[in-house]
Design a protein around this ligand. Structure first.
Ligand code: C5P
Length: 262
């Protein structure tokens, strides 16, 4: 059995304030690309996780790996007696503002609730997801949805960009979400209020945004989450692919993903 851990994008992200617990209240519009990490599961007695793929090296199979934490939480809560042999094909860069670990954990919940035939409603699984991280409930749904609270209080949103060709670009510098939120100083920023703080930490983000804006006319160019990934939405695949080719030749070291919004 397989689930895709779809790449998460924030089409807009407004930071409303810093809460007493250090978390921030947000108003954000989540959307998801068709591409992502791949999580496979085979029946097994014990729980295990193997990590492969281009970004496997950035993720040691440490004990607090979010995929294993999600699997253990689900197994314990529903008193499951089987295990699962999990393989994560890590195709998305780590600490990149694309959901990463959150999308992987959400994919694990979807995959293992199927493999273990767990009789849980969507609401139960969303509550479990929220315990794993602020973005995990949105990643569990992996469709356009608005998030308030920490990003975990979800509201329906019209999928106005569904099917839109998208180019995602990352300058290859990992960025800690917690650090970007700590740097946030109340400034508003270009459709994503974390942008000024993220650019202060990784100036290359401004170059990525400039490169996306300099290419074929995009409907929207923005940083995702806490960065450093940025994305552009296009009216047609040809424009996206032309933008991707331009960036590939001007900045061969940058990571690129051409996909569509689901
Ligand atoms: O929830 P998650 O573990 O993905 O969040 C990572 C870090 O990002 C948190 O530890 C916190 O520092 C920061 N964060 C925040 N406000 C949010 C979401 C995340 O300050 N709404």
């Amino acid at each position: 059995m397989r689930e895709i851990a779809y790449a998460k994008l924030n089409l807009a992200l407004e930071v409303r304030g810093r809460e007493a617990d250090g978390y921030h209240s947000l108003d954000t519009l989540f959307a998801f690309a068709e591409a992502g990490d791949l999580l496979d599961a085979a029946p097994a007695e014990a729980l295990s996780l193997e990590i492969t793929g281009p970004f496997a090296g950035a993720l040691a199979a440490e004990p607090d790996n979010l995929v294993l934490r999600a699997a253990r939480m689900l197994r314990d809560l529903y008193a499951v007696r089987e295990g699962a042999a999990l393989t994560l094909d890590k195709r998305l860069p780590v600490a990149a503002g694309l959901g990463g670990g959150s999308a992987d954990a959400a994919a694990a919940l979807r995959l293992l609730s199927r493999l273990w035939r767990i009789d849980a409603g969507e609401g139960d699984l969303l509550a479990l997801a929220a315990r794993l991280g602020a973005d995990v409930p949105a990643c569990f749904l992996s469709r356009t949805v608005r998030g308030t609270g920490r990003g975990d209080v979800l509201h329906p949103a019209p999928p106005e960009h569904r099917g839109a060709p998208v180019l995602i670009v990352n300058p290859g510098v990992p960025l800690s979400t917690a650090e970007v939120f700590r740097r946030w100083d109340g400034r508003r920023g270009g459709g994503n209020d974390l942008e000024p703080a993220a650019i202060a930490l990784v100036p290359a983000i401004a170059e990525v945004l400039d490169a996306l804006r300099a290419g074929p006319a995009a409907r929207l160019v923005r940083m995702s989450g806490s960065g450093a990934s940025c994305f552009a939405l296009y009216a047609a695949e040809g424009e996206r692919d032309a933008a991707s080719a331009q960036i590939a030749s001007a900045h061969p070291a940058w990571w690129r993903l051409a996909s569509r919004l689901r």
